[in-house]
Design a protein around this ligand. Sequence first.
Ligand code: GAL
Length: 418
Amino acid sequence: MMKLKQLAKATALVAVLAGAGAAHAGEVEVLHWWTSGGEAKAASALKAQLQKQGHTWKDFAVAGGGGDSAMTVLKSRVVSGNAPAAAQIKGPSLQEWAAEGVLTNIDSVAAAGKWDEVIPPVVANIMKYKGHYIAAPVNVHRVNWLWINPEALKKANAKVPTTWDEFFTTAEALKKAGIIPVAHGGQNWQDFTTFEAVAIGLGGVDFYKKALVQLDAATLQGPEMEKVLTTFKRIKDYTDKNAPGRDWNLATAMVIKGEAGMQLMGDWAKGEFMAAGKTPGKDFLCTAAPGSAKAYTFNIDSFAMFKLKNTANEKAQQDLATAIMSPEFQELFNLNKGSIPVRTGMKMDKFDDCAKQSAADFAADAKAGTLVPSIAHGMAVPAAAEGAMKDVVSQFWNSDKMTAKEAQSRLVAAAKTK
Ligand code: GAL
């Protein structure tokens, strides 16, 4: 009799627990633009983390490197009152979205996870609106990289360039050897990424900050910027005719296959090399973009959390934020993504030499004051100014007529876009 009673009690307890579990299981719709080989692998690490906790992942992927298409779709969803739980939003845009009143406060998650202790202050500031966390950071990407196929270099009898002069010498040698010197694609953000690499490498950190962070009109109009634009445009001669319209990852694939010798791109490109089973230092080389070894243009991916109406989904959303900052996720995700963990104090032993260099340089550049936000990847200036300047740079790249001086005047006007 006693036993039966105990059994009934235990069964009731199991039922209660199961019920509680079900009530807590929610759905998280996540907007992102990670659709290339390496990116998709990284995104699935996030999905797996969430599913482990019993929640459902609703994938809201909008293809298009750099995220411009994703941002357009996000706007229309939010305007129609149908925001996803989490969206990949970065830099100053986080503040703009928060000011609209659509993001939710995740301070409780941050306090439980001691985020203030493990997120570098420069990053934490971006994740907070009026002192409250509204987003969770996943990684740190370095943008000022040059990716090289060593076989192609060997065939061309050329060396790894460390200055822009050397870059053009190497490009010329590759061209003579019948190899496309520079793999490039067709979206304006790819032009802007290349432009940014020239700006930091040729102009230096102070110039970069004045021109592309503070948007100082005199610097945008000055002789240094003219040199940067002219050098940037010279690169075009070393790209192939099929570059217009090409996605960045297909450009990376050209370097992987040895059809092209080099690519200027952030380290999400490394995610492609890794997904193709390539080894850094052997099958491909990573080196700072010419002239920029002592600088670091950073690009931090983060997920903004939107206000939700359903408590189960809110719980799932909080679990996602918690998972993002867990050491386990930070390692797995970044091994696939090509970036480094944003969480401090992480062991780097499973990471390759490019990531180790990125981590060491991030720390050194932070100390030296040579860590600068990437304008091409939404980290430096408000989205409206960035978009307008990006367009000018692309028009200059694509036009046979526009002079550097003309592009400079247009940049000054574009920088004022609100
Ligand atoms: C960047 C983003 C990276 C990478 C890249 C290409 O803006 O921060 O995570 O995905 O675009 O899509």
